[in-house]
Design a protein around this ligand. Sequence first.
Ligand code: CA
Length: 228
Amino acid sequence: MQEKILVIEDETKIARFLELELNHEGYMVEIAHDGREGYEKAKAENFDLIILDLMLPGLSGIEVCRRLRRESDVAIIMLTAKDDIMDKVMGLDSGADDYVTKPFAIEELLARIRVVLKRKGKKELHSHILRAGDLTLFKDEYRVTYKDEEISLSKKEFELLKYLMENKGIVLTREKILDHVWGYDYFGDTNVTDVYIRYLRNKIDQKFAVQFIHTIRGVGYMFKENEK
Ligand code: CA
């Protein structure tokens, strides 16, 4: 699959140069010319990596980085204008994964991109964030969003959704769901799973006109990435 990179750089020449080089390497590239536009783009679409210039009009690179970090763990490589140690420290402090000093050799930047993407790919496995299309679940924060919208879930609904998302593409029986989400000490009816599945469908599938939760007749349920 082609990886998608967002370049946030106000110097048109450099932005154009990066676009050509990155395209040539097989990446899909989008450009933003100021901090605010870049931040909006980064929020609106899923990118694998962001190349972020430090000195930007609108919002500074540091500010863009800080804001993005509050809501995503997308890979960020910062471009610092000079070989200034303060810039680097600030860049990494604000959550950038790496930085490259201008002027840079394109080979160096490409090498860093590969390293950061690889590292992120591995981390994703143990990530605290689960994603399916535009649906995002933040495990540690008990938060779920669809695009930018918060979805308010009860604790059990959240646990159920987490279990479903962790087992994307796998059929889960009612018993399995019950054991996992309600625990072995639950003596109630297995129908409780159906009730909670219905709650989730109301709050997600129906609300956003998508289909994540599929009924497997006579067996149970399966979570699938929305294919619409
Ligand atoms: Ca700049």
